[in-house]
Design a protein around this ligand. Structure first.
Ligand SMILES: *Cc1c(COP(=O)(O)O)cnc(C)c1O
Length: 379
């Protein structure tokens, strides 16, 4: 009889998520936030890595504040963080008030309409206020925020426990917009007296700490991704992805590989067929020959077999991807696996190869992988 664990072994890829590294990264970011404290952004299922595993590890490490995007995400982590504050970044709307209040979630109110809604329907429960200082995404304009601060009647019906704003270009520390946002947000915060506040995302923390605010909101850096362009990434890597090699085949110089016959072999080759494809979130834009992006970003995906580099050949397909293992010794291939994200192939190298960012690779990691949490205790 076959068991679930037999099936797990047969998964196309094995995704190892290092909870101890996430905890170490949080502690590091928490130190960099002093005298403030680091919260943890765990939206999108903790950037694809599993909020149900990540949140308890961070709670055990002392993290007391979490940010999610949606009310349902907050409700899902509530059982793992009974005493924590959970902020919901999309704020509140008429349909979500019940869920927010039922799970003790704190909406980060994002417009005057939301403010009025919560004043009317929030029952005095805590809320946060988002102030837009240059992103033009969510939040009150600074003028609106200052006006609200002066509206005693409305404020009396709100328990505002937190003010937040969000950097547009913290990944480029020299962009003048950063400085302007710091100043603009300071004005808004001053209007509210001594309400707790936060501004920095990961890049903000790495570039300037908490900027005088009590809380920071790192996400990507917790999960080992690069936050600041051009800065050596000081975070511990978290994710390792190894795909199963389904077959190794030989092909002659002049033959072509994968859809569109886009790659023509320049030598007699050995080709490893890995059991991972774009349906697993291994983007097709990282294909070798045959995608327009290759004109702009020279190199596509590559894997490593026993530490030997194996460039991708042709196009990534839905379930399978072809790698050139001609130069890989037979002993290394005998392991039957190819490293696609890991010590030889950092997450952000994978992202660059397909013209995107580590955030998108992480949040796209598919459901077919066998997920393992080798350092479950987390500390
Ligand atoms: C996603 C998000 C963060 C976390 O950003 P990172 O760049 O991943 O650190 C912080 N604040 C807000 C408002 C966000 O939407």
């Amino acid at each position: 009889m076959s068991t679930d664990s037999d099936c797990a072994e047969l998964a196309g890829g094995r995704l190892d998520i290092d909870l101890a590294a996430i905890v170490a990264n949080w502690r590091d970011l928490d130190r960099r936030s002093r005298p403030g404290r680091a919260a943890a952004v765990v939206k999108a299922d903790a950037y694809g890595l599993g909020a149900a595993r990540v949140v308890p590890a961070l709670v055990a490490a002392g993290c007391e504040t979490f940010f999610v995007a949606l009310p349902a995400e907050g409700a899902a982590i509530r059982p793992h963080a009974a005493g924590a504050r959970i902020f919901v970044l999309e704020g509140a709307h008429a349909g979500s008030v019940g869920v927010l209040r039922g799970h003790g979630l704190i909406p980060a109110l994002a417009s005057m309409d939301q403010v009025r809604l919560w004043a009317e329907k929030g029952g005095g429960a805590p809320c946060a206020l988002q102030v837009d200082t240059g992103m033009n995404r969510l939040g009150l304009d600074v003028d609106e925020a200052v006006r609200l601060a002066g509206d005693g009647g409305l404020c009396a019906r709100l328990t505002i426990v937190h003010l937040m704003s969000h950097f547009a270009c913290a990944d480029e520390p020299d962009d003048p917009l950063n400085r302007r946002q710091v100043e603009t947000f300071r004005q808004a915060v001053a209007a509210f007296g001594d309400v707790e506040s936060s501004l920095s995302n990961s890049a903000g923390v790495l570039g300037g700490g908490a900027f005088g605010h009590a809380i920071t909101r790192p996400g990507i850096a917790l999960y080992g991704g690069e936050a600041v362009n051009g800065l050596a990434n000081p975070m511990r890597p978290v994710v390792r992805l190894d795909a199963r090699i389904v077959q190794v085949r030989s092909a002659r110089a002049g033959e072509t590989v994968s859809y569109g016959a886009a790659h023509r072999l320049s030598r007699d080759s050995r080709i490893a067929i890995a059991s991972v494809g774009y349906a697993d979130g291994y983007p097709r834009s990282g294909s070798g020959a045959g995608v327009p992006l290759r004109d702009a970003v020279g190199e596509g995906h590559a894997g490593f077999v026993g530490g030997h580099r194996a460039p991708l050949l042709g196009r990534v397909t839905m379930d399978l991807t072809c790698f050139d293992v001609t130069d890989v010794p037979e002993e290394a291939l005998a392991g039957g696996r190819i490293e696609l994200i890991g010590p030889n192939r950092p997450l952000d190298d994978v992202a660059r190869a397909c013209g995107t960012i580590g955030y998108e690779i992480l949040t796209g990691l598919g459901p077919r992988y066998r997920r393992r949490y080798p350092n479950e205790s987390g500390h």
